[in-house]
Design a binder for this molecule. Structure first.
Ligand code: UDP
Ligand code: MG
Length: 317
């Protein structure tokens, strides 16, 4: 007989097509777990991330039907990571023992929640949901994701391979997480850096059953750049190395030019000059761009803006 109180945090942005089905599937699973005495009590917390469709009224409606469904309505669309944070912060201040975060479209196998709870009860405080394969992804998404993980780990960022934001955390580890003051959130990296006893459960990721992805390529790219620059200052060092390399090349080029002049060769013409001009120009711009990345981050952090505003809460203590 387990008394584990389980909270599910589900960020939702324009998810009116999926919420009925999601609630049906989640409550069915959680009731089953309760009957099997795998958990004591449970709650599903939907965080409406400033949706423009009927998501919030649907959440209110679902909360009226199910005592275990609650909702937080954010006043503005703040993005998946910040919306998830809003829910997690609520969880950290609640009395729930274990908190699972999962996407509203249920692309992640909800049965894995069972395995996560088992691992929690076996003494693990953080349980990562890890995708077995990327069968349902396009080749493009698969390869860019792999590239991202490789880049991230070679730059010294700690991440669990093929783990997104489907995970279980104990309330204690969540309290450690929400103690982080930073505004640039890359949750999967931050959670890894917490420590604590952790393990993984493996599952197959499905396709979205309704609605469309709220993560177009542009958002994915932003997310990847954010992830890397939130965790590593190595790109900064790389600039210095590149700079030194270019100086070396320039010295060699000057030596060659003097030598060519001395033996009476005329300089062939524009081409080499123009190429090097463009090349150096490009290199300088890239370097400035990378520095700009970090300055942009500092700018965002020093503003210390509140992360979100809760406009309404429904069915929550
Ligand atoms: N989401 C959010 N705010 C946003 C974008 C997305 O809360 O600005 C939520 C969305 O409702 C979903 C989760 O984040 O529950 C993941 O989004 P999605 O499934 O569209 O991403 P994908 O699985 O395609 O990467
Ligand atoms: Mg999805």
């Amino acid at each position: 007989m387990s008394t584990t109180a389980l909270l599910l945090v589900v960020p939702c942005y324009n998810e009116q097509e999926v919420l009925h089905e999601t609630t049906a599937q989640l409550t069915a699973l959680l009731q089953k777990m309760q009957q099997a005495a795998e958990i004591g009590s449970y709650k599903i917390l939907y965080v409406d991330d400033g949706s423009k469709d009927a998501t919030w009224s649907l959440i209110e409606q679902l909360a009226a039907q199910h005592a275990e469904v609650g909702g937080l309505k954010l006043a503005h669309n703040v993005g998946h990571q910040q919306a998830l944070w809003a829910g997690l912060e609520w969880g950290a201040n609640s009395t729930f023992d274990a908190i699972v975060s999962i996407d509203a479209d249920l692309q992640d196998d909800i049965e894995a929640i069972r395995a996560m709870v088992q691992q929690y009860q076996a003494g693990y405080e953080i349980v990562y949901g890890v995708r077995k394969e990327r069968k349902t992804d396009t080749a493009f998404k698969k390869h860019t994701a792999q590239l991202f993980y490789k880049l991230m780990s070679s730059l010294g960022g700690e991440v669990v391979y093929n783990h997104a934001d489907f995970r279980l955390m104990s309330r204690r580890t969540l309290q450690s997480l929400v103690a982080h003051p930073e505004r640039n959130l890359f949750l999967r990296g931050m959670v890894c850096s917490l420590g604590y006893r952790s393990t993984s459960v493996y599952y197959d990721r499905k396709e979205r059953f309704a609605g469309e992805s709220k993560y177009p390529l542009s958002k994915m790219l932003n997310f990847a750049i954010d992830g890397i620059t939130s965790f590593s200052v190595k790109p900064l060092r790389l600039i210095t190395l590149f700079g030194m390399l270019f100086i070396l090349v320039a010295i060699l080029a000057i030596g060659y030019a003097l030598y060519a002049f001395a033996i009476g060769h005329t300089i062939p013409g524009w081409t080499s000059l123009l190429i090097s001009l463009w090349f150096i120009g490009g290199a300088i711009l890239t370097a400035i761009g990378v520095i700009g990345e970090y300055i942009g981050k500092i700018y965002k952090e020093v503003k210390r803006r509140p992360r979100y505003f809760i406009e309404k809460a429904h069915n929550l203590d």
